[in-house]
Design a protein around this ligand. Structure first.
Ligand code: ADP
Ligand code: MN
Ligand code: MN
Ligand code: MN
Length: 380
């Protein structure tokens, strides 16, 4: 039996503890009566989504538009009360939302949209948690190298009492082993939510490339990408938004904490990265050059691979559970206990991509992709 202590982890979730999710008991079909209401033909609903002051959690609000936008630039700049999201002082609280990427809205369908935004202070300087601006700058400088990112987002589902969903009350499930890519009612929990998420993302235009059940019961993974440059961050944040939003309906909670339960598998956001040269014949030479550069700035990357400068990843990168120690850099072919893994197929074909296994599940993908572009392409 696993003997980890859930209670010892202070940060499994930041948010209120409820004994029962009120959402789970609401009728799931009643809304259909109103979804059918015809809306005026010239009205569409837009949900603006942004990262709050934690750098980790998302907020959203809705507005009506009387046109169908073609690009994010067509959309109005909007604002919100930054003093309620950790992004401004009360006396100067107007914070601006700049639309950056448009997705189709899988909840409302039709012409309705989800809009990924970044945030700016009253003086139009980026807010402290806006890491997109720097990422865009890096991408602008190396567009010709065509940086691609495929991010493997691991997460766990929690019941409203903050215990992993489906775990026996007061205890632990049998040890990990049968759950990874598992099938069967005693091995995987909430597959319907995962399936709904997969479909919603593809509908929305988020390029999900796959999904699988993970090592700890109620732990799952989906992969986004390959996405090009700064859009990798947009795509992953929107995939996270859709997951939180769907989980709301099911009355379960999504945790991106990198080590929810001691002694059980943690959650990462392995980031698969390539440039045009790496994907061409003999690209393995470029991959090895990139790994050499990464080996020299290990701690610099660790600092931006979770929202707390490495503190969150300290709990996860222990050297156990298919991780490398947070203090050491290592790389290897097919080695899941190293910082960087070259997939076996890449080594055989001598071209392709590398996998950076260090980013934590709650990382900001704008920061991770920014650091990879700057170290491996821009030589900063
Ligand atoms: P793992 O074997 O580590 O579990 P996954 O299959 O979960 O790997 O994820 C692999 C990821 O790598 C996917 O998101 C995929 O889109 C991405 N990927 C594949 N080829 C490339 C490439 N050339 N550059 C960047 N990412 C890539
Ligand atoms: Mn994977
Ligand atoms: Mn995984
Ligand atoms: Mn992986």
């Amino acid at each position: 039996m696993g003997d980890g202590k859930i209670e010892d982890n202070p940060k499994i979730l930041s948010g209120p503890v409820l004994t029962n999710s009120p959402n789970a008991v609401l009728s799931k079909t009643l809304l259909n009566r109103y979804n059918d209401l015809p809306l005026p033909a010239d009205k569409i609903l837009a949900t603006y989504v942004w990262i709050d002051g934690s750098g980790e959690h998302l907020r959203c609000k809705d507005r009506t538009l009387n046109f169908i936008p073609k690009t994010p630039k067509d959309l109005p700049v909007w604002n919100f009360d930054g003093s309620s999201t950790g992004q401004a002082e009360g006396h100067n609280s107007d914070t601006f939302l700049l639309p950056r990427a448009i997705y189709k809205d899988p909840f409302r369908r039709g012409n309705h949209i989800l809009v990924m935004c970044d945030t700016y202070k009253y003086n139009m300087e980026p807010t402290d948690s806006n890491n997109r601006v720097k990422c865009q700058e890096a991408y602008d400088k190396c567009k010709d190298e065509e940086p691609w990112f495929g991010i493997e987002q691991e997460y766990i589902l929690l019941d409203s009492d903050l215990r992993p969903f489906g775990w026996p009350p007061g205890g632990f499930p049998p040890p990990q082993g049968p759950y990874y890519c598992g099938v069967g009612a005693n091995k995987v929990f909430a597959r319907d939510l995962v399936e709904a998420h997969y479909r919603c993302c593809l509908f929305a235009g988020v390029p999900i490339s796959g999904t699988n059940a993970e090592v700890m019961p109620s732990q799952w993974e989906f992969q986004v990408g390959p996405s090009v440059g700064v859009s990798a961050g947009d795509d992953l944040w929107m995939a996270r938004y859709i997951l939180h939003r769907l989980a709301e309906e099911y009355g379960v909670i999504v945790s991106f904490d990198p080590k929810p339960v001691q002694d059980w598998n943690g959650s990462g956001a392995h980031t698969n990265f390539s440039t045009k040269k790496m994907r061409e014949d003999n690209g393995i030479i470029e991959i090895e050059k990139a790994i050499d550069k990464l080996s020299k700035v290990h701690m610099k990357h660790i600092k931006v691979y979770d929202p707390r400068g490495g503190k969150d990843n300290e709990r996860r990168l222990t050297g156990l559970h298919e991780t490398a120690s947070i203090n050491d850099f290592s790389a290897g072919v097919a080695n899941r206990a190293s910082s960087i893994r070259i997939p076996r197929s890449v080594a055989e074909e001598k071209k392709g991509y590398l996998e950076d296994r260090r980013p934590a599940s709650n990382c900001d993908p704008y920061s991770v992709t920014d650091a990879l572009m700057r170290t491996c392409i821009l030589n900063e």
